[in-house]
Design a protein around this ligand. Structure first.
Ligand code: MIC
Ligand code: MG
Length: 303
């Protein structure tokens, strides 16, 4: 079938090259494989797979109750359809050190190019909400070391996320991030930074690539690509953006159907059938069966 053309090894090597080129790489969140395909068509650098979105998709809050299998499965489904490197959120690792190690193995097997693990306690919370609790730095160091040792591919990017800014302040959170790098983290994810100055301080203190989380309606101002690049960041994620966009439009569209009694006023808000088919590479499936794709765009409604 018309799946990815690159092996996970190639995708991880692509990610390693991106992280070494000194530029900022944009990884929008994909809420499903189809969305990942669109991200690739738009020529983004990579795909992000958000824990908050995996949970929300199952109609669950982001508090660590979606299962490891659900995460691995979503990761695998997305990696299967894109040549872009994909990185996935693994929350707190689905347990302590041993479980974190196993989670990394499973994500490598599923084709991911990297994952991020955080220093919150279980049950965790969204990093941009108040009242977070974190584990001792030594516990997180064990998680990171075990996760790093579990890597089969040295290009698999292990990202250590620290939620300590909100709990212990900037300085202590920087000490933690340094300890996580010493324990084997390949990249750092400073969660919920409150100003550009804080992003600057992190860049000055940390020698490995850094990720910026530009999630909407959170603690951080939404910085532009050029601002993040000049701050020296290597990757930016827009974790929940595509889901928020889609659900916003679904909400308005359902209201319109209730109000108008039909969809005629909302057709221009929809992805057209022809664009969906193009994204699915429908026509190319004709090489298996000449009668599969017989769709033509006409002005008259389809019967
Ligand atoms: C990045 C994040 O971990 C996610 O799961 O996408 C979330 C995003 C969000 O809830 O807006 C987080 O920042 O905790
Ligand atoms: Mg998350």
């Amino acid at each position: 079938m018309l799946f990815t053309t690159k092996t996970p090894t190639q995708k991880r090597a692509d990610l390693a090259a991106q992280l070494a080129d000194g530029k900022l790489h944009q990884f929008p969140g994909a809420f499903n494989p189809l969305c990942a395909q669109l991200i690739e068509r738009k020529r983004f650098d990579g795909v992000y797979i958000s824990g908050a979105v995996i949970a929300a998709d199952l109609c669950l809050p982001d508090i660590g109750i979606a299962t490891l299998d659900e995460f691995v499965n979503r990761g695998r489904q997305i990696c299967r359809v894109t040549d872009l490197p994909a990185i996935i959120d693994i929350d707190t690792g689905f347990g302590e050190a041993m479980s974190a190690a196993r989670t990394v193995r499973l994500m490598e097997e599923a084709g991911l190019a990297g994952c991020h693990i955080e220093d919150q306690v279980m049950p965790k919370r969204c990093g941009h909400l108040d009242g977070k609790e974190i584990v001792e730095a030594s516990v997180m160091v064990q998680r990171v070391r075990a996760a790093s040792d579990a890597k089969m591919d040295s290009n698999f990017c292990l990202i250590a996320r620290s939620d300590a800014r909100a709990v212990e302040g900037l300085e202590k959170s920087i000490d933690r991030m340094k300890a996580y790098v010493d324990a084997g983290a390949d990249m750092i994810f400073p969660e919920a930074m409150q100003s550009e100055k804080e992003f600057e301080a992190i860049r000055a203190a940390i020698d490995v690539p850094i990720l910026a989380n530009m999630t909407e309606f959170g603690k951080s101002r939404l910085l532009n690509k050029s601002e993040l690049e000049s701050l020296g960041f290597n990757m930016v994620i827009y974790p929940v953006t595509t889901l928020r966009l889609a659900m916003g439009e679904v909400n308005r569209g359902l209201d319109a159907i209730l109000k108008d009694g039909d969809q005629n006023n909302i057709l221009d808000k929809m992805q057209h059938r022809k664009d969906l088919y193009d994204l699915l590479r429908y026509e190319q499936y004709n090489k298996f069966d000449q009668d599969l794709f017989n769709f033509e765009v006409t002005d008259t409604p389809m019967s």
